[in-house]
Write a protein that binds this ligand. Structure first.
Ligand SMILES: [Zn+2]
Length: 271
């Protein structure tokens, strides 16, 4: 398919190089904004009437692809939905959605930079521009400033991998914040306090039981059922255990919430 396309690439001219350079400038702008660097422009009657870059992250929109936005702008400028007479320049081979918009807007021509083996719809995975079943066909030229266009992408992904690796080494995404450390410390302190209170309480009860037993023995009084004394102690112990369990439960819930929050953070940041 690639070879077949290259055979069609006889129509690259100086203008194509000039306009692709503008699309590349847009790609750089996207990269500076932390977006995958893809840029586009639309040319009509020898003039650039719209230019745009990928804004998927900023706009939180799955259709904010560079050429999609550029085509929307061009339609606004021309004040019509038809983009006949227009050429779309884009640094990466358009996807199905953008190629679809090119058909729906009746563009004359699309010139792209690097080929996209994972999503290219104008020659690589699909040939939407020359599918006779659809109601519009248009000319496609691929591989214009291919080297430069793919280098921008490669540099961007290499830089991002490096930054993420460094961030992980620094532990940026693992350290709980100060407020959370305080919260956990407070929970632990509380548990320790309750533990010592429980031991004190048990000790007191044991002492009282022993005193009562001594007093009774000294005065020849009948000794209460030993089992009953034991049951009292067990009751005191279970009560204390219940309080402790409640506290542990609270602390575990705090821990779970913090853990969930970090999971969300990791997912949101693609880590
Ligand atoms: Zn697209």
């Amino acid at each position: 398919m690639r070879k077949a396309m290259d055979a069609l690439n006889q129509d690259i001219n100086q203008d194509d190089l000039t306009y692709m350079q503008i699309a590349l400038e847009e790609a750089q702008l996207a990269g500076n904004e932390g977006e995958v660097p893809i840029g586009a422009c639309v040319v009509y009657e020898g003039r650039v009437i719209a230019r745009a870059h990928n804004r998927r992250e900023s706009d939180k929109s799955p259709c904010a692809h560079a050429e999609f936005l550029a085509m929307q702008k061009a339609a606004e400028i021309l004040d019509r939905w038809r983009l006949s007479g227009c050429t779309v320049y884009v640094t990466l081979e358009p996807c199905l959605m953008c190629a679809g918009l090119m058909i729906n807007s009746r563009v004359d021509r699309c010139v792209f930079g690097s080929y996209d083996p994972k999503g290219g719809a104008l020659g690589t995975l699909y040939t939407l521009h020359s599918d006779e079943r659809l109601n519009h066909e248009f000319e496609v030229v691929g591989g214009v400033l291919e080297q430069e266009c793919s280098q921008v992408l490669k540099d961007f992904f290499a830089r991002r991998r490096k930054e993420r690796k460094q961030a992980k080494l620094n532990g940026t995404f693992e350290k709980p914040c100060a407020a959370e450390v305080t919260l956990l410390d407070a929970a632990r302190t509380q548990i320790n306090m309750i533990d010592s209170e429980i031991f004190a309480l048990l000790g007191q009860r044991l002492d009282v039981s022993r005193e009562v037993a001594c007093y009774k023995a000294e005065h020849g009084l009948p000794v209460l059922d030993e089992n009953r004394e034991k049951m009292k102690l067990e009751w005191a112990e279970s009560l204390a255990e219940g309080t402790r369990k409640e506290l542990y439960k609270e602390m575990m819930e705090d821990l779970m919430n913090i853990s969930k929050k970090y999971q969300r953070y990791l997912i949101n940041n693609d880590l």
